[in-house]
Design a protein around this ligand. Structure first.
Ligand SMILES: NC(=O)c1ccc[n+]([C@@H]2O[C@H](COP(=O)([O-])OP(=O)(O)OC[C@H]3O[C@@H](n4cnc5c(N)ncnc54)[C@H](OP(=O)(O)O)[C@@H]3O)[C@@H](O)[C@H]2O)c1
Length: 236
């Protein structure tokens, strides 16, 4: 792994007396430069991570504008080159191409793959539904058995990714994945961005997390919008 393992005392440097936020700097490939890629890429970079965007058209004007808006030593490359440079690969791409794009990235052994993807079809009566009862995350994990797939960032909007403070409560990110160390790294990343996380178990439970998107999307059909927050009850 190309993990620099540099400890950054970011908050201490930025805010003087504030308690230090210790972040392990990683190289994160953000594959896809749409709503999610352009929301999370700059925020990862603000934390001190090195961001490399993977775009099918790296020379496109909006991609170069996104690169310019991303701090640190950010770069852009074709998706396979970007993924090969990274410790962590975020697949910010449509579900319909997720498997073919993953395969096209080459050997990702030893890397963490973050899956924010929400597979869905629109039924004839207008409601969103699962296209398959095998989750996207399980499909990706089967295709990349020597990588650690972690389901994360799928349950809330890209605008909340940019600014978690725009919601008047904390936002919880449910995680699923087989590799505990990988989940801990993704959890640290989510928390550094200002979110809470809950580990919902191995990747075989990712279909439930993907269902949370369907519930939210269907509620929005009825003009009811929300972000998930799990209130932790204290056991007696
Ligand atoms: N939007 C949200 O609020 C939100 C929230 C949570 C989860 N998600 C999930 O996150 C994923 C990304 O969502 P998004 O809203 O960022 O999507 P989007 O705006 O449509 O962007 C997807 C990006 O994927 C890349 N891509 C690679 N191969 C592609 C192909 N064959 N066809 C089209 N695009 C391709 C494109 O980047 P290049 O052109 O640079 O290659 C494109 O900009 C989706 O699976 C979605 O379900 C979205």
């Amino acid at each position: 792994m190309i993990n620099q393992k540099v400890l950054l005392f970011a908050a201490l440097l930025c805010f003087g007396t504030a308690a230090p936020t210790i972040v392990t700097a990683e190289t994160i490939a953000v594959i896809g430069t749409g709503s999610v890629g352009s929301a999370l890429g700059p925020r990862f970079a603000e934390l001190g991570h090195t961001v490399v965007y993977g775009s099918r058209t790296p020379e496109r004007e909006d991609v170069l504008a996104l690169l310019a808006a991303t701090s640190g030593d950010a770069s852009v490359a074709m998706p396979p080159a970007a993924a090969q440079m990274a410790d962590i690969v975020l697949l910010a791409i449509p579900w319909s191409v997720a498997e073919e794009v993953l395969v096209s990235l080459g050997d990702l052994s030893g890397k963490v793959i973050i899956d924010p993807i929400n597979p869905r079809v629109v039924d004839e009566d207008g409601w969103r539904d699962y296209p398959s009862y095998i989750s996207n995350a399980e499909r990706l994990q089967a295709l990349a058995p020597r990588s650690a797939v972690v389901k994360a960032f799928s349950t809330f909007s890209s605008s909340t990714m940019i600014d978690p403070g725009a919601v008047d409560h904390s936002v919880t990110i449910p995680l699923a994945g087989n590799d505990l160390a990988a989940k801990a790294r993704v959890s640290d990343l989510c928390e550094a961005l200002g979110f809470e996380t809950i580990d919902f178990g191995p990747v075989r439970f990712a279909h439930i997390i993907e269902g949370l998107y369907l519930l939210r999307a269907n509620a929005r059909q009825n003009d009811f919008d929300f972000e998930w927050n799990y209130v932790i009850s204290k056991t007696p």
